[in-house]
Ligand binder design. Structure first.
Ligand code: 5GP
Length: 137
């Protein structure tokens, strides 16, 4: 499957649609999930045009996981998270809904998370969580 430049995360990366960002550098962007499965649900995406983890160049994967760890630490500090679920869905068959590779950081328990990509979150709450995470980064 070819990478679709019109996918929603490609548009966020180009600044065509807004996102509540917590971290950005030349290779990675982290922003808040708009349909959070728990308070503080954050997405970390490499800027490389890859659909799944399987077609992400190893160097980008290695760098992105470092930022995943950095953001996870900030979430732990900012939200006093007792546990964080790291989730990565590769392929529609796995439930992936946005065809640009991304890592979910969900400060919750696998047993308590809300349904995946199901319900819009409260934007004011999401922004407040983002501010706390940014401050901890
Ligand atoms: P996937 O199903 O591909 O693993 O996860 C896609 C994630 O992106 C879901 O958790 C969904 O809530 C989130 N999402 C979908 N559209 C948008 C959007 O426009 N903005 C943001 N910030 N998150 C989105």
């Amino acid at each position: 499957m070819a990478y679709d430049d019109q996918n929603i995360f490609a548009k966020i990366l180009r600044g065509e649609i807004p996102a509540i960002k917590v971290y950005e550098d030349d290779r990675v962007l982290a922003f808040m999930d708009i349909m959070p499965q728990a308070e503080g649900h954050t997405l970390v995406i490499p800027k490389a045009k890859a659909i799944t983890l399987l077609d992400l160049p190893a160097e980008d994967a290695a760098y992105t996981i470092q930022i995943v760890q950095k953001v996870a630490r900030a979430i732990e500090t900012a939200l006093d998270a007792k546990g964080i679920v790291l989730m990565q869905l590769s392929g529609e068959a796995a439930g992936q809904t946005v065809p640009h590779v991304h890592f979910h950081l969900v400060p919750s328990s696998i047993h308590k998370m809300r349904q995946h990509a199901a319900e819009m979150g409260d934007v004011e709450k999401i922004k407040a969580n983002a501010e706390k995470i940014k401050a901890a980064l």
